[in-house]
Design a protein around this ligand. Structure first.
Ligand code: GLY
Ligand code: MN
Ligand code: MN
Length: 448
C-alpha cells in the first residue's frame, strides 16, 4: 500500500511516548513486526495492508519490516526493512531501503531485515524486560524463542535474558484510544470522503438496479478521492437483506417500495470511517418505513447527547435503547411497559447489537471498553470507560424486523440502521460524517 508523503513527527512522538511508558515499567526492549503479505490464490496476493500498531509507531508502509525500541537510560529506535534490490524493484516497485528509511522516518538506525537473526539477540541481551505482542502469532513466538535461546547461550560470557514480558499490544491499545490531532485530521477527511460516497449512492439509486451497482458507486467515490481501500466489506442490502447484519453487497434487485441499507466506509492513510444510511429505493419513505426510521434517528440523537467528556461508554447505548424500546411499544412491535421491556430485554428481538464501537485505524478499533485496572471490589465489574476528548466512536442504532405471526405485517422485512462517526470534543462530540443527510425529509429532497 502506498501512502502519500506526510508529516512524520507524530510517529516519532508516539515512539517517544511508548518508550516513556516502558521506562515507567523499568525499561526494556519493544519488538513489533508489521503484517505479512497474504496469498490470495496461487501467486496473486491480497492488496497489502500494514499492521495497525506497527504503522502507528512508524508511518512505514512496506511489508517485511520490524520496529525495535530500546528504552533505558537512553532511547534507541531501530527499523528493520527490506534492502534495496534492483531486480525485485523492477518487478514489484520501489523499496525505501534501510539507509533512506532511517533518515526519512527518523530512526537512530536501520538494518536490512535479513540481519534480524544476528542483531536481535545482541539487542535483547541484558534488557530487563520484553515488550512484545503476547501469544499473538506463531511465527513471531518462534522467532522470539530462537533469539532468546541465543541470548541464553551467551550466558557464559555474562549476558542475561529478559526476566519478564509485557503485552505491547495492550499498551498500544491504550495509547491509540485517544487520537492525536493528526489522526483526527485524517479521520475527518476519511469521514468526508465516505459521506460523499453515500450521497453518490443515494443519487444513483433507483428501482431495477442491483446491489452491486450501488457498491460500485461507493468504491468509485472512495478511490477517486485517494482512499487506498475500504475500511471493511461494504454492506449494500435491500429489502429483507437489510435484516442480515453482516450481509455483503450481493446481486439482489432494488425494488420499488423497498429500503436500501448501506453500511460502507473508506480507509484513508490507515484510518477507517464507518457510515450507515437507510433510504427508500424510490426516493419516498412509506408510512411504516418512516415511522421506524424516525425512531432510529431519535435513538441516535439520544446516544449523541450522551457522547461527551465525563459520560460513560455505556450511557449512549442505554439512551438509545430507551428510545428504541419505547418506539417498539408505540408501534405495536412489543407490548408492556418501558421498564418491563428494558428489564426483560425483549427489545433485543429487533435490536440485537450495541450502539457503537471505538473507531480508528481498525474499524472496530482497539481499546478497552471498561476502565483499566482491577475491579473496585470482588463483586463489582470495572466501570465503563469514561469518555475523554480525542476518543472516536460510532453511534449506530437500528431496528430489524423479521416476519412473524405476532409482528404487524406492515413492518415485515424492514431493516434500518443509522450510523455516524463521533469525535469526543471538550464540550460534547463532533459528528464527522454528516456530509450525507440523515433526516428523512432531507434524504427525500436529495433523491427527488
Ligand atoms: N461496519 C461495521 C460496523 O458498523 O460495525
Ligand atoms: Mn460500526
Ligand atoms: Mn458500519
Amino acid at each position: 500500500m502506498s501512502i502519500p508523503a506526510q508529516d512524520l513527527s507524530p510517529f516519532a512522538a508516539r515512539r517517544k511516548r511508548l518508550m516513556d511508558i516502558m521506562r515507567t515499567r523499568g525499561g526494556g526492549i519493544a519488538i513489533l513486526p508489521t503484517a505479512r503479505e497474504a496469498v490470495r490464490n496461487r501467486d496473486a496476493e491480497f492488496p497489502y495492508r500494514f499492521d495497525s500498531d506497527f504503522f502507528y509507531l512508524t508511518g512505514f508502509p512496506e511489508p517485511e519490516a520490524w520496529v525495535v525500541l530500546v528504552a533505558g537510560r537512553e532511547d534507541r529506535s531501530i527499523l528493520f526493512c527490506r534492502g534495496k534490490n534492483l531486480e525485485r524493484e523492477i518487478w514489484d516497485g520501489y523499496r525505501i531501503g534501510p539507509e533512506a528509511a532511517a533518515d526519512q522516518f527518523g530512526f537512530d538506525q536501520a538494518f536490512p531485515v535479513e540481519s534480524l537473526a544476528d542483531e536481535l539477540p545482541k539487542l535483547i541481551a541484558d534488557q530487563p524486560a520484553l515488550f512484545v505482542p503476547l501469544a499473538g502469532d506463531r511465527l513471531f513466538d518462534l522467532s522470539l524463542r530462537t533469539w532468546l535461546d541465543k541470548v541464553r547461550a551467551m550466558g557464559r560470557s555474562g549476558a542475561t535474558a529478559p526476566g519478564c514480558a509485557h503485552d505491547l499490544r495492550a499498551i498500544l491499545a491504550e495509547m491509540r484510544l485517544v487520537k492525536d490531532a493528526s489522526e483526527i485530521d485524517t479521520m475527518r477527511r476519511a469521514g468526508a470522503i465516505s459521506a460523499g460516497a453515500h450521497v453518490r449512492a443515494m443519487r444513483a439509486t433507483r428501482p431495477g438496479l442491483r446491489e452491486y451497482e450501488i457498491e460500485a458507486e461507493l468504491l468509485h467515490e472512495f478511490r477517486r478521492h485517494g482512499s487506498q481501500s475500504v475500511a471493511y466489506n461494504s454492506i449494500v442490502a435491500t429489502g429483507h437483506n437489510a435484516c442480515v447484519l453482516h450481509y455483503r453487497a450481493g446481486d439482489a434487485e432494488l425494488k420499488d417500495g423497498d429500503l436500501l441499507l448501506i453500511d460502507a466506509g473508506c480507509e484513508l492513510d490507515g484510518y477507517a470511517s464507518d457510515i450507515t444510511r437507510t433510504f427508500p429505493v424510490n426516493g419516498r419513505f412509506s408510512g411504516p418505513q418512516r415511522a421506524l426510521y424516525d425512531i432510529v434517528l431519535e435513538a441516535q440523537k439520544a446516544a449523541t447527547a450522551h457522547t461527551r467528556p465525563g459520560a460513560r461508554w455505556n450511557d449512549g447505548h442505554e439512551a438509545a435503547v430507551r428510545v428504541l424500546a419505547q418506539g417498539m411499544i408505540d408501534e405495536g412491535l412489543l407490548s408492556g411497559t418501558l421498564d418491563g421491556v428494558l428489564e426483560s430485554q425483549h427489545y433485543t428481538r429487533f435490536y440485537m447489537h450495541r450502539t457503537g464501537h471505538w473507531l480508528g485505524m481498525d474499524v472496530h478499533d482497539v481499546g478497552d471498553y471498561r476502565e483499566p485496572g482491577a475491579p473496585p471490589s470482588a463483586d463489582e465489574t470495572r466501570p465503563w470507560r469514561m469518555l475523554r476528548p480525542g476518543m472516536v466512536l460510532t453511534i449506530e442504532p437500528g431496528i430489524y424486523v423479521r416476519p412473524a405471526a405476532d409482528v404487524p405485517e406492515r413492518f415485515w422485512d424492514i431493516g434500518i440502521r443509522i450510523e455516524d462517526d463521533a469525535v469526543v470534543t471538550e464540550t460534547g462530540c463532533e459528528l464527522i460524517t454528516r456530509g450525507v443527510p440523515v433526516a428523512a425529509d432531507e434524504i427525500e429532497a436529495l433523491m427527488s
